[in-house]
Design a protein around this ligand. Structure first.
Ligand code: ADP
Ligand code: MN
Ligand code: MN
Ligand code: MN
Length: 352
């Protein structure tokens, strides 16, 4: 029997690209091949030369339609050339991932997002505001939790699609949530994150709700939405001097602050204010267990002196192809020059 392949791609919307998709009916057993779309409707081409090419990059089962149906995450190419379109950030990541493959980079991305119903966050009162932030993070109960049924449907769908989803939690601001993908390799985490985002929008649609990656969806004393990016290489995980590599990775990131921050999602200055568990966007810092630093070394990693680091700066609306490329490139190119002996980790400040 024929089946449906949902071709998903990233458009040319500014300042933040968004997802588009359309359906192709394929014969039983036919593999999803190259396809095309009208780039003049997606800010990717002029009307006279409007064709853009969709090349399948990552294919998985479609958990919404079920059966033999598939989701097909694509990259956009220029017609007749096989060259990446200017909006295609995957191509540059593929080059960097291959160049540094021997470092066996792993990424785990924490995607925060906010549900909206109409103009208000889901469950917020018609007038005024909910009670100030406190009980919502990992809360339970109808007075604190809004949209759990959507979160459950989304995580079930990610599992059925075979994505490396590793958890979900309710966030500090009511109607704000998080899911994590990883740890997996650079291309895998980014492809899967884009598919997981598409599934989130698509599933929320059936509930009459929108999900937004807006990094500061409500102004004022409400947490913004980030995409903490956890990262390790085989040296950081396994070398006898793994701690030197962990410290070296932090130092390397500290030498390219602006190049990273400018590519970590539009509106980053509004979110990285130095309040609400963030460090100021233009000041670099790192430390064990420090959630007010740019880079946090998890407490257990400080104890083991091996493991991974968490770049807390990326916005929820970041492009994972770009963030993963920058971190891989900055850290692995610095490892090629060798790492210095690092001082023993400072003990994290005891909890009050
Ligand atoms: P947080 O305490 O910051 O909320 P989470 O549990 O939400 O942390 O996310 C931690 C992330 O770190 C997960 O996505 C997980 O996949 C990822 N992770 C765990 N180990 C590694 C590793 N060695 N390298 C890269 N990422 C890792
Ligand atoms: Mn988290
Ligand atoms: Mn979080
Ligand atoms: Mn985190």
């Amino acid at each position: 029997m024929a089946y449906k392949a949902e071709y998903i791609w990233i458009d040319g919307a500014e300042p933040t690209h968004k997802l588009r998709s359309k359906t192709k009916i394929l014969a039983d057993g036919e593999e999803p091949g190259v396809w095309g779309f009208d780039g003049s409707s997606t800010n990717q081409a002029e009307g006279e030369t409007s064709d853009c090419v969709l090349k399948p990059a990552f294919i998985c089962p479609d958990p919404i339609r079920g059966g033999a149906n598939k989701l097909v995450m694509c990259e956009v190419l220029l017609p007749g050339t096989n060259k990446p379109h200017s909006t295609n950030s995957r191509a540059a990541l593929a080059v960097v991932a291959k160049k540094y493959a021997k470092h066996e980079a792993w990424f785990g991305i924490e995607q925060e997002y906010t549900f909206f119903e109409g103009a208000r966050p889901l469950g917020w009162p018609e007038r005024g505001f909910p009670a100030p932030q406190f009980g919502y993070y990992c809360g339970v109960g109808a007075d604190e939790i809004f949209g759990r049924e959507i979160v459950e449907a989304h995580s079930d769908a990610c599992i059925a699609a075979g994505l490396a989803i590793s958890g979900t939690n309710a966030e500090v601001m009511p109607a704000q949530w998080e899911f994590q993908i990883g740890p997996v390799g650079p291309l895998e985490v980014a492809d899967q994150m884009w598919v997981a985002r598409w599934l989130l929008y698509r599933i929320a649609e059936d509930f009459g709700v929108t999900a937004t990656l807006n990094p500061k969806p409500v102004a004022g004393d409400w947490n913004g939405a980030g995409a903490h990016t956890n990262f390790s290489t085989i040296e950081m995980r396994e070398a006898d001097n793994a701690w030197d590599y962990i410290d070296g990775a932090c130092k390397a990131l500290g030498e390219k602050v602006m190049e990273h921050v400018q590519n970590y999602g539009a509106g980053i200055e509004q979110r990285l204010t130095g309040r609400h568990e963030t460090a100021p966007w233009n000041k670099f810092s790192y430390g064990v267990s420090n959630r007010a630093a740019s880079i946090r070394i998890p407490w257990q990693v400080g104890v083991d002196r091996k493991g991974y680091i968490e770049d807390r700066r990326p916005n929820a609306n970041m492009d994972p192809y770009t963030v993963v490329r920058l971190i891989t490139d900055t850290v692995c190119s610095s490892f090629a020059k060798g790492v210095a002996k690092a001082p023993a980790p400072k003990k994290a400040a005891a909890r009050k």
